[in-house]
Ligand binder design. Structure first.
Ligand SMILES: N[C@@H](CCC(=O)N[C@@H](CS)C(=O)NCC(=O)O)C(=O)O
Length: 250
């Protein structure tokens, strides 16, 4: 057992035990999730990074409306995924769950928050910018899904596309400034990567060109090698590796 894990033993409740792989069996945790959902993926990456394995998890189908089932509504009255519970603590919002896991398991697994307040400021800045990045991506790629047919306008779709391009250029610039092999908020992997990487992966799943956006492309390629990302890759993306080309020309 590694030093890290033997040190952890003292600070966990009896419902957590070390498994054969050195991770922690989180038997009193439940995650209800959906494949390809960025909010769900954030929480799954945080759990992996913290070495929390063996939690109760259930993959639900949005198509079958399982996110509106009693099982979900019992934990999350919004009927959304992720729905997450640790003992008596219910924390469904993906950012909140990531902050919770980082705080509760501070000394376990990866340290996901830098010590320096200025570095933390950058991490928080990127995390919360990440929410508009995610919204702008969705507003373009899921336009037809969000907007009823009779309310759709080419001009609105075009505007959403331009808004997304402006946003993409910002992130390209951020990564360019930080230099090669950098993460989103500096040299180390942090909560900014936990929360924003799923959005970046979705961009490439929808055909974003790594030639047009080389810094995002390098960042994406680097993180696809990270064990926590590999372990949580959306199962339906694995089954069907070919995504869409909606963003090919953007
Ligand atoms: N702000 C929430 C958003 C969760 C969310 O929107 N989940 C989507 C899946 S990606 C969902 O369950 N949508 C179904 C619905 O809203 O009815 C979070 O970050 O956890």
């Amino acid at each position: 057992m590694s030093l890290r894990n033997s040190a952890q033993l003292d600070c966990f409740t009896s419902s957590l035990s070390i498994n054969a792989h050195g991770g922690t069996m989180a038997q009193d945790m439940t995650l209800l999730w959906g494949s390809g959902s960025c909010p769900c993926w954030r929480v799954m990456i945080a759990l992996e990074e913290k070495g929390l394995q063996g939690y109760n998890q259930k993959l639900l189908s949005f198509d079958k409306k399982e996110h509106k089932s009693e099982e979900v509504l019992d934990i999350n009255p919004r009927g959304q995924l992720p729905s997450f519970k640790h003992g008596h603590v219910v924390v469904n919002e993906s950012y909140a769950a990531c902050f919770y896991l980082e705080s509760k398991f501070k000394v376990q697994g990866s340290k996901l928050t830098p010590d320096d307040p200025a570095d933390q400021a950058l991490m928080y800045q990127r995390m919360f910018e990440g929410t508009s990045f995610y919204d702008k991506l969705n507003a373009f790629i899921y336009y037809n899904w969000f907007v009823p047919e009779e309310e759709r306008h080419d001009s609105a779709l075009k505007r959403n596309r331009e808004v997304l391009v402006t946003e993409l250029k910002l992130w390209e610039g951020y990564l360019q400034k930080l230099g090669t092999n950098s993460h989103l908020a500096g040299p180390s992997f942090s909560l900014a990567d936990v929360t924003v990487f799923p959005t970046v992966a979705t961009l490439f799943r929808f055909g974003l060109s790594a030639e047009r956006y080389p810094n995002l492309g390098k960042y994406y390629a680097m993180l696809t090698e990270r064990p926590s990302i590999k372990a949580t890759w959306p199962p339906h993306w694995l089954e069907n590796p070919k995504g869409q080309n909606t963003l090919k020309d953007i």
